[in-house]
Design a protein around this ligand. Structure first.
Ligand SMILES: C[S@@+](CC[C@H](N)C(=O)[O-])C[C@H]1O[C@@H](n2cnc3c(N)ncnc32)[C@H](O)[C@@H]1O
Length: 374
């Protein structure tokens, strides 16, 4: 039977192989900090429900040391407290896939003795890796509920780290240990909260997932500038993080059902949104629009809704209602994106000016510039 140590070494190798270049310090952190103490139970998705898997056991250990996300909380119910039959709802906390964690930690470039603030403590595993990289005395991690932070603090202590683990809204009042030279968020935001910029020292780094309701989330790496602004680029890897929520609110927005409205054909099918680079781009073009699986897009601000259905070998059908045909906007974004040679996330920049304006920028090979204000 595979031991925990063998499984951990295999995961560290997998994480190293999966990334283009990874600092040896990050790989070493994955070798030194075990994942299993942080996830004594997690959920697996089964028949429309989340069913708890509890350790120890061979199946549990295999899943813990796979490069996969492990859901640990559903609508506020922690996997350790869940009934054996499971629960229905939306995932509200998880342990991120290790390969993605590694790339974010690499981008964060944590130094020994550094001062780090993590927003989204979750299981505490990422905080454990941060403690290994910076030293526990410099690490502060926060999450929304007492249940999450108490468990994370306890697990961190079990593996020998005692960072500050606080119950706090990561977009609210800053933790007492600030300012920091590294800030990492493990929940997604539409815009970088002002408090993260204020709490980041000049020359410091912020790594954060920028969410996108059309499915194309991406992680940005920003450097804090002397004028109070920040600038940087997006990482290559797609990153669909759960959103940063207002305290106590775990509800997902409700979407209306498919519309009964105008019907037309389109050569651009719903599957274009499966391309992560395009879904990030189109999410910038349609910032308020929300996607529901099954090809329904909805703009809560003006009530426009569109449903797209693909048919093998035939044009897709588009049913739109409300003041705007949202699919027309996707079609035109698709044409522009292809004309620009399918820009990937890492070709795009994010600039946060000192007055708070946040702009994603893209410069085409012919010098033409496109900008989206977040
Ligand atoms: C992907 S999980 C974090 C994974 C974690 N870093 C780990 O290693 O297990 C995202 C976390 O963000 C937290 N979160 C969401 N909104 C938040 C907020 N406003 N303030 C602090 N944490 C928040 C969620 O409760 C959740 O635990």
């Amino acid at each position: 039977m595979t031991t925990e140590i063998e499984a951990r070494i295999r995961l560290a190798r997998e994480v190293e192989r999966g990334a283009s270049v990874l600092s040896s310090r990050v790989v070493e952190a994955f070798l030194n900090v075990p994942r299993h103490p942080f996830v004594p139970a997690f959920y697996r998705s089964e028949g429309g429900k989340y069913v708890p898997t509890r350790g120890p056991g061979a199946e549990w250990l295999r899943a813990v040391y796979a490069d996969d996300v492990l859901v640990t909380e559903v609508d506020g119910v922690h996997a350790e407290d869940a009934p054996d039959g499971g629960v229905a709802g939306d995932a509200t906390s998880s342990s991120t896939a290790p390969g993605l964690m590694a790339e974010m930690l690499d981008a964060l470039d944590v130094r020994p003795g550094g001062r780090v603030w993590e927003i989204g403590a979750g299981t505490g595993y990422n905080a454990g890796l941060l403690c290994h990289l910076a030293g526990a005395g410099g690490v502060t991690t926060v999450d929304r509920t007492a249940r999450l932070v108490d468990a994370a603090r306890e697990r961190l202590r079990e593996v020998g780290f005692e960072p500050a683990v606080l119950r706090a809204d990561g977009a609210g009042a800053p933790p007492p240990a600030g300012p920091f030279d590294r800030i990492i968020a493990t929940c997604a935001v539409r815009r970088v909260p002002r408090v993260w910029l204020e709490q980041c020292m000049t020359g410091g780094v912020i790594v954060a997932p920028i969410g996108n309701a059309l499915g194309g989330g991406a992680v940005v790496r920003l450097t804090k500038l002397p004028d109070g602004g920040a600038a940087g680029r997006f990482l290559h890897r797609p990153a669909a993080f759960m959103p940063l929520r207002a305290d106590g609110n775990t509800a997902m927005p409700d979407l209306p059902g498919p519309p009964a409205g105008r019907c037309r054909a389109s050569v651009v099918g719903a599957r274009v949104l499966d391309d992560h680079a395009f879904s990030f781009w189109v999410g910038l073009c349609l910032p308020r629009t929300v996607l529901r699986g099954g090809g329904t897009l909805h703009d809560p601000a003006d009530g426009s809704t569109v449903h797209v259905e693909d048919h093998p070998g035939r044009p897709s059908t588009v049913t739109a209602s409300g003041p705007r045909d949202l699919w027309q906007l996707v079609e035109s974004a698709w044409i522009t994106w292809r004309r620009h040679h399918r820009p990937r996330r890492e070709w795009l920049t994010l600039t946060v000016s000192a007055d708070g304006t946040q702009t994603v920028g893209f410069t085409a090979p012919d010098g033409g510039a496109t900008a989206w204000v977040l």
